[in-house]
Design a protein around this ligand. Structure first.
Ligand SMILES: *Cc1c(COP(=O)(O)O)cnc(C)c1O
Length: 385
């Protein structure tokens, strides 16, 4: 039996045709296709601006940099995410302050945010885990009351909705990733969306070495060769052929999300009555975009369950190892995991099942069958002891 991965991209002939058109032309980078991709993203998201870059991590980095915070500022975030979220805070000489999560959605707990606010807190980065939006209204209220910036890490959540509005319009800046396991892919790639003109201008400059092309006046009226470096930017540019792939992928996003949702519903239905696990929940005021499907095991040893499913070629995974557990973070901050009881509990019980639009019904059935069989076997083993 073939290995079923937890996630997989979908690239078809249409995508390749669009990609080839650009590869055979004269503009393979810094050309007009990037702006077209950004416009397509804006129409999809319903936002004013977007800036496409070479990864979700780069997008996070320039978003934090655009806030222009004093060195040593604190930014509140979740420990239950990919480390790129909090690394972006460190790149910019601020300090990540982790707060505990909510068990049902694995999203940051607004009540815990309130407890960790100090004089130095300047922003919150919240992550829509698995594609389920956070408690955005509560988070916005806290931000307004304490004059904090908001960055939404929506790398899991393109196409998700909160109170009927698309993710990409709630925070000061919203981050997307186009890595192959995410909803749409450009190989590597990412974007920041914003409705703020000031942040937009800054983000464009930051992705391109900090170069401001509008600064001709500093060098005399006819200095067409002139440009200025305004900030310490980097080369975070995406290529035109990646942008062409992005435009083509975006056309399929709706059907990708439909298929992901359908598979999640099949899983939910198959697992809802099992006493050995908890299926993921969806609040009634959100639209889930189903980047990953995670369950919490009950009275079943996760690592043993993981091992057995992997041996049956089911590509289960663990999302995530809490960031404060990594040696880099331990050495630098020495965080006590006891401060994060819910994160720890979820981390020990959680497992990710395969979910991607190309997954066949047979693969879905096979996964369900193996999950059920393994739960049964592990329970039997336990009772025998
Ligand atoms: C994937 C991901 C990132 C990083 O995106 P890349 O495009 O891989 O750099 C950041 N945050 C979260 C929550 C992610 O899932």
């Amino acid at each position: 039996m073939k290995f079923i991965p937890y996630g997989l991209h979908w690239i078809d002939d249409e995508d390749i045709k669009e990609l080839n058109k650009i590869l055979m032309g004269n503009w393979i980078t810094t050309g007009p296709t990037i702006g077209k991709f950004e416009n397509a993203l804006c129409s999809y998201l319903g936002c004013k601006h977007s800036v496409a870059v070479n990864s979700g991590t780069s997008a996070l980095d320039i978003a934090v940099q655009a806030l222009d915070l004093p060195v040593g500022s604190e930014i509140i975030t979740t420990p239950f995410t990919f480390m790129a979220t909090s690394n972006a805070i460190l790149y910019n000489d601020s300090k990540p302050v982790f707060v505990d999560i909510q068990k049902e959605t694995r999203n940051i707990d607004p009540r815990e945010i309130k407890k960790r606010i100090t004089d130095k807190t300047k922003a919150i980065i919240y992550v829509d885990f698995a594609g389920h939006p956070c408690e955005i209204e509560e988070i916005k209220t806290i931000a307004d009351e304490n004059e904090l910036f908001l960055i939404e890490d929506a790398c899991h959540a393109i196409g998700a909705e909160y109170n009927g509005n698309k993710i990409g319009n709630f925070a000061d800046m919203t981050i997307f990733s186009f890595h192959p396991v995410k909803h749409i892919t450009t190989g590597e790639g990412g974007a920041v969306s914003t409705n703020d003109d000031g942040f937009y201008e800054k983000l464009k400059i930051l992705r391109n070495h900090g170069i401001d092309k509008g600064a001709f006046e500093r060098f005399g009226p006819k200095a067409d060769w002139a440009y200025d470096q305004k900030y310490l930017g980097r080369n975070y540019r995406i290529t035109d052929f990646q942008a062409a792939l992005g435009i083509s992928q975006l056309k399929k996003l709706h059907s990708f999300i439909d298929r992901r949702t359908k598979i999640a519903e099949i899983y939910n239905d198959a697992f809802k009555d099992l006493a050995e696990l908890e299926i993921p929940m969806t609040k009634d005021y959100v639209k889930h975009s189903w980047h990953i499907y995670t369950i919490l095991l009950k009275g079943i040893e996760r690592d043993e369950f993981f091992k057995r499913l992997r041996s049956q070629n089911i590509g289960v995974n663990v999302h995530y190892i809490p960031i404060y557990r990594f040696s880099y973070y331990q050495n630098r901050f020495g965080i006590d995991s006891n401060d994060y009881p819910i994160t720890e509990e979820v981390f020990h019980r959680i497992i990710t099942l395969p979910l991607f639009p190309k997954m066949t019904n047979e693969e879905v059935d096979l996964t369900i069958e193996n999950v059920k069989k393994t739960l049964y076997e592990l329970k039997k083993d336990k009772n025998r002891k």
